[in-house]
Design a protein around this ligand. Sequence first.
Ligand SMILES: NC(=O)c1ccc[n+]([C@@H]2O[C@H](COP(=O)([O-])OP(=O)(O)OC[C@H]3O[C@@H](n4cnc5c(N)ncnc54)[C@H](OP(=O)(O)O)[C@@H]3O)[C@@H](O)[C@H]2O)c1
Length: 254
Amino acid sequence: MTTKAFLLLLSAAIFLPLNLHADNATKKDITVLITGANRGLGLEMVKQFAADGYKVIGTARKPEKATDLKATGATVIKLDVTSEEDIAAMVKTLKGQKIDILINNAGYFGPRLMTEKPVNITKLTRQEMTTCINVNTLGPIFVTQALLPNLRLSPMKKVVNISTRAASPGGAAYGYRVSKSALNMVTRCMSMDAGMRGMIVIALAPGHNKTDMGTHWANLDPAKSMKQVKALIESLTPKHHGKLWFYDGSPMKW
Ligand SMILES: NC(=O)c1ccc[n+]([C@@H]2O[C@H](COP(=O)([O-])OP(=O)(O)OC[C@H]3O[C@@H](n4cnc5c(N)ncnc54)[C@H](OP(=O)(O)O)[C@@H]3O)[C@@H](O)[C@H]2O)c1
């Protein structure tokens, strides 16, 4: 055998396993669970992961009304992220099933940003603040806690907390900003938590997208931005761990 042929064989042997990692046979064995998946960015992520051959579980508060989600072929589970009862039922349903990628996407903004003035302190209610914190901060904590046994079954173990640029210093919208800023801190805590050893945990700001939350004023089309989000999630390595990332793969400060 010539030296050139030997080197060719050697490089094929080195790179073959890497290529196998990305092929469709592998993807069908990778389970992605996405919360708040009946509309908006959650639904778009489900569509893209499912279309690419991944096994996808999408959660919705009202599965009976989640027609678009069901049409993707994803498994649908009922989940209000603030409901201990729903979380317990999900744990029971998923017992023993491996989850490779958990995307804590379900989110609540509060009074509309573009159609009403963001709530200022004179209008702020304890109930609005509590709802934001319950959904955006405590939701990801307790959904992740509940799914730890499933994540531990995976060699991949990725947890993605969907955050926002609005969690960084800015204007009003107390509930949304406070709860998402706290989610960034939750991400930080998770990244240093011995109970989550071996996992890659990140916060991800998806950019301003045209959804019910983002409104038509947004500059991004979810079909395009979620393509970048999917690529970022697929490429996560320990260097991403514990940090906040923008949808295009650039690092962010908060
Ligand atoms: N769109 C943007 O420009 C933008 C920018 C930055 C960050 N984000 C973040 O990206 C994520 C998705 O946003 P989006 O634009 O797709 O929002 P969206 O269109 O308002 O959709 C929100 C999703 O969250 C679900 N949800 C709300 N409260 C829930 C609860 N208690 N339990 C379970 N699910 C709940 C909703 O379910 P129902 O249909 O049952 O209400 C819906 O599926 C959110 O975390 C959001 O903060 C969005």
